[in-house]
Structure formats: C-alpha cells, structure tokens
Design a binder for this molecule. Structure first.
Ligand SMILES: Cc1cc2nc3c(=O)[nH]c(=O)nc-3n(C[C@H](O)[C@H](O)[C@H](O)COP(=O)(O)OP(=O)(O)OC[C@H]3O[C@@H](n4cnc5c(N)ncnc54)[C@H](O)[C@@H]3O)c2cc1C
Length: 381
C-alpha cells in the first residue's frame, strides 16, 4: 500500500504533463495500463503544432502551450522540441470558398496567413497538380513537434521531483476511503487524496469505476502511413486538404500520409483498415504527382472527442476529488502544456495562470459540468 497526494490514471501526454506540473508541490504517481508509456494515441500522432486547428478552447490552450515547447524548463529536454514546418491548406477549384474560412480562423487565432494562387502553392510544393488546385492558404508558423522528446521531458521532470511511474498497472477499482481514494492498479494498491482521469479513449470507463456519470466520449480512429520520399523534399510544408480529405508532410526521407479519417471506435488498440490507406493513396495521387505505389509502414490511433468536441478539464461536479483531462481529440499534444498547467492550478486551488488567462480562454467551455455533455444526474443538481 503506497500513499500519494495525487494518482494520475494514464501515461500518455495528458497524464505525464499534469503529473509533472503537480510534482513540485504534491506526491504524485502515474499509473499506466500498458507496459510502455505513450503506447496509444500519444505515440501515434502526426506530431504537429498548428494553432489554427482544433475546436473551441483547444486553440487558446495551444497558443498558451507555445512557451513550454519553445523554452522548456531547465534540464527537461536535450534539444529543441519544435522545428519549422508550416502548413499549406489546398483546395480543389470547386472548394476555394473554404480557404477564406481557414484564413479568417487563422487570423482569429493570431497566426500569419497568406492566400496563394495555385501557381504560388506549387512553388512551395512542386508535386501539386495545377489542374486540380484551385488555390491555397499558406501558414508559416505551424511547427513539427518532437513528441517522444516532449513526453520524455515530462517523465524526466516528474522523476526528478520524486514522482512515481507504474507501468503494466491497469486501474481496476477506484473506491472512496475517508477523504481520499483507494486505487487498485495491477498488483499495486495506492491511496491518495485526488484522482486525475487522463485515460484518453478510456476516460468514461475510468469514471464508471468511480461510480461517476460518463461525459459521452467517442474515440475516432485515424490512419497514418509512411511512403518513400526524398531528403530534398524535407523543407516542404505539411499539405492539408481544406475539406480534410487527406494530408501529407515530409518526415526525414519519408512522407507521412493520412486520409484524415474519423471512424467511430471502441476504446482499443487501434489498427489501420487497408481501405483507408488505399483511399488516402488515391486522393493524394489525384492531387499530386507523387505517384504513391507502396507503403513502408502504417498505423492507426484514436482521437477521442466529447459530444461538443471541446476538451473536458476540471473537477467532476459530483465528486470534486476526481479531476478530468480527456477529450483531447486531434490536439492533445499541441495543447498539452497549457492544459496541464491549468489543471494543476485547479487541483491546487490557484487562479488561472496569467499566460492562459490572457488568451481569453472560457473555463465554462472545458467544464465537466457543462450542459453540452448532457449529464442527466448533474443537470438536476
Ligand atoms: C493519426 C493521429 C494524428 C494526430 N496528430 C496530432 C497532431 O499532429 N498534433 C496533436 O496535438 N495531436 C495529434 N493527435 C492527437 C493526439 O495524439 C491525442 O490527442 C493525444 O495523444 C491524447 O493523449 P492522451 O494522453 O489523452 O491519450 P493516450 O496517449 O491514449 O493516453 C491514455 C493512456 O491511458 C491509459 N489507460 C487507459 N485506461 C487505463 C486504466 N484503467 N488504468 C491505467 N491506464 C489506463 C492508456 O493505456 C493510455 O496509455 C493525433 C492523433 C492521431 C491518432
């Protein structure tokens, strides 16, 4: 039996980031079901930082996360966590109206945006087919994230502060004991005052272990794969179809591709469907002269959304010693630092950190008690 102030359930980016943020002031343990941390969504992303992407509060949280990526605390990272990439949003001739919306949304997020002709877009990515490119929006600010280094930085900081990490420890029971919790995880039994639910696609499953009402999480499978590239293409931006039919970006000597699919799934170890890979190849070959014929590696991961697609961050209204950090969707890496800083402030009872407040973030939009989650028992309280 081990006693902690806080037990964080889930060793993906959401779990390790908030565990680190709390470890300076609290005795913290992270419990992870798998033998390796970051085995699920966190290890399967496209590794992008795009402020002009994501729903509602994910955008200000992404903007507020920049300072951690650009200047992480001393001793956490061995090298840069960001590197230049940029995003080129492209549309077919019949879809150019959507480019204006993307440009306006980018400006609202504070990003630099430039509307380009098809010819100008092809100067940036010479494989684009002019006849099917109606125009583009160029954003120079998005960057590549070194996700493994970011995750490792948090684990390193957590351990340096005396935090505990337990792998192969699925939480199977969560019971109220006095003014705290008794957590059974794998072979271990832990006691703590506060539980943080950072279980990704399994967030509602973990809540049900504590007897709490789910928030209605829906995991969505997304497919990605690598094809042969060319080191000479390494400086191309990421190309994202304006209606989210595909994206691709250089990744060293390879190209990372996706059909930008969203297929509802149970919480599970997601696997790619060959049809989704084939669809992406067809769409990218139609839009470019890449002439993709074979795939080097493929994978899938889950992007998990609440019903209104906003993150769910904060204390459960029925159980204030149970904090949620779920529903990260497709922005869980890029928004992780500020989300963790915010949640740690909530756990400590501190005010919202000033660099997050400055973004105009509306805490109600994140609340586990918000009406959009339709939690019946809570609505009657
Ligand atoms: C193809 C793809 C591309 C993406 N691209 C980007 C991108 O470019 N930028 C970006 O910011 N985001 C991107 N995302 C989204 C991002 O990967 C997720 O939002 C993020 O990883 C979610 O992190 P998490 O910690 O919440 O979840 P996870 O990484 O899934 O971690 C949750 C952990 O909880 C553990 N767990 C569950 N139940 C229990 C239990 N009972 N006991 C103990 N542990 C438990 C799981 O084993 C898991 O390790 C992408 C996702 C995909 C799939």
């Amino acid at each position: 039996m081990s006693d902690f102030d806080v037990v964080v359930i889930g060793g993906g980016i959401a779990g390790v980031s908030v565990a680190y943020e709390l470890s300076g002031t609290h005795r913290v343990a992270v419990v992870e079901a798998e033998a390796h941390l970051a085995f699920h969504s966190t290890g399967r992303s496209a590794a992008m930082f795009i402020p002009n992407y994501g729903y509602g509060p994910a955008r200000p949280l992404t903007v507020a996360s920049y300072r951690f990526f650009a200047d992480p605390p001393e001793g956490l990272a061995d090298g840069p966590l960001l590197s230049p990439r940029g995003v080129l949003w492209v549309a077919r001739p019949d879809q150019v109206s959507s480019l204006g919306e993307i440009a306006r949304a980018g400006e609202a997020t504070g990003s630099r945006v430039f509307e380009l002709s098809a010819e100008e877009a092809r100067e940036k990515v010479p494989v684009l087919r002019l006849e099917v490119t109606g125009g583009a929006v160029w954003e120079p600010d998005p960057q590549d994230l070194d996700v493994a280094a970011i995750h490792q930085a948090y684990v390193r900081g957590l351990r340096a502060n005396g935090g505990t990490v337990l792998t192969s420890s699925p939480v199977r029971s969560l019971a109220r004991r006095g003014d705290g919790w008794r957590v059974e995880a794998g072979d271990a039994t832990l006691t703590c005052r506060i539980v943080v639910n950072a279980a990704g696609a399994w967030g509602d499953v973990v809540a049900s272990l504590a007897g709490l009402e789910p928030v209605g999480l829906q995991p969505m499978r997304r497919t990605a794969f690598m094809v042969a590239g060319d080191p000479a293409w390494a400086t191309w931006p990421m190309v994202v179809h304006a209606a989210h039919e595909y994206y691709f970006k250089p990744d060293g000597p390879q190209i990372l591709c996706s059909p930008a699919d969203e297929t509802p799934s149970e919480p599970r170890d997601a696997r790619p469907d060959p049809l989704d890979v084939a669809l992406a190849i067809e769409r990218i070959n139609e839009a470019t002269t890449l002439d993709i014929r074979s795939v080097r590696s493929e994978w899938a991961g889950l992007r998990t959304f609440a019903p209104d697609r906003n993150l769910v961050v904060g204390p459960d209204p029925a159980e204030p010693a149970f904090f949620w950090s779920v529903g990260q969707g497709g922005t869980g890496i890029q928004a992780a630092p500020a989300t963790a800083e915010l949640l740690a402030a909530m756990v400590r009872g501190d005010s919202v950190p000033s660099h997050i407040e400055e973004t105009g973030l509306d805490l109600e939009e994140l609340s586990p008690a918000r009406p959009a989650l339709g939690r019946s028992r809570l609505a009657s309280r």
